[in-house]
Design a binder for this molecule. Structure first.
Ligand code: MLT
Length: 264
């Protein structure tokens, strides 16, 4: 299992397939395993690099809030260790926040963006207060708090029981410390609309048409911020569209990657 040490934290990542690099960043409160339909059969000619953010999955927790910039720096360190100068950078929900923070830190590393069931705006004051309340509840009662509060929103209401069970297991595999740090980190994130206004690379925005957390209107808003962005809406999928409509998602990703002019 590949790992990297950074600031005393062990960062785990998956590295599957061979070819053009695509960094995929997972959402909250999951792990890199939430990309299983993509990791199981990476698109032809593509190398998927999929980290567990610090405090998630098999990566160790850090100290203090897991700010999006910190998670983005972790991902950049992995690219650097693998000697990858530039990658397509994609993320689901919180992973999208990290992808945008990475683009702010070093746009030269970003060949193209794939923004999946996510948004570019920051939390308002009420949202920040809810994050802190949830972080405290997780610290006192454990990650089961997140299973109860998030499962009804993560998947479409008619998602298969086996998929629900697998997503619940990913949540339960995380630590309370890591989840509280990420909640506090998300509350601190900046609005990223300025980054998208400046970003000149190809951009794909994907959304499940039953996404209850970042619904299609948000995806349309996001796509409108980038010149020439492609918007794909996946029928029947909720917030985890790469898991809920894997065949349609993989097709949309492959079509997008195929159209990228990889060589300058
Ligand atoms: C996620 O799926 O990563 C979360 O719903 C993001 C958030 O809570 O803003």
């Amino acid at each position: 299992m590949p790992t990297l040490e950074r600031d005393g934290v062990t960062l785990f990542y998956q590295d599957e397939g061979q070819g053009q690099p695509v960094l995929l960043l997972h959402g909250f409160p999951l792990s890199s395993d939430s990309f299983w339909p993509q990791l199981d059969s990476p698109p032809a000619g593509v190398r998927l690099i999929v980290p567990d953010h610090r405090g998630f999955g098999r990566s160790g927790p850090g100290e203090g809030p897991a700010e999006m910039g910190k998670l983005a720096s972790d991902a950049l360190s992995i690219l650097e260790a693998l000697k990858i100068p530039q990658a397509v950078v994609g993320g689901v929900s919180m992973g999208g926040y990290v992808a945008l923070a990475l683009t702010r830190l070093d746009p030269s590393k970003v060949k193209a963006l794939v923004l999946i069931d996510t948004q570019a705006t920051a939390d308002d004051e009420a949202g920040k207060a809810r994050r802190e309340e949830t972080a405290r509840a997780v610290e006192s009662r454990g990650v089961e708090v997140l299973v109860e509060s998030m499962m009804p929103k993560l998947l479409a209401p008619d998602a298969p029981a086996a998929l629900k069970a697998r997503v619940e297991a990913l949540i339960r595999a995380n630590s309370a410390k890591g989840m509280a740090a990420a909640l506090r980190g998300m509350a601190l994130r900046q609005d990223c609309k300025d980054i998208l206004a400046r970003f000149a690379g190809p951009t794909l925005v994907v959304v499940g048409d039953k996404d209850a957390i970042t619904p299609p209107e948000k995806a349309k808003e996001l796509a409108s911020l980038v010149e020439g962005a492609r918007l794909v809406q996946l029928p029947g999928a909720g917030h985890l569209s790469n898991l809920e409509a894997p065949a349609a998602f993989n097709r949309a990703l492959e079509d997008f990657l195929f159209a990228i002019p990889w060589r300058k």
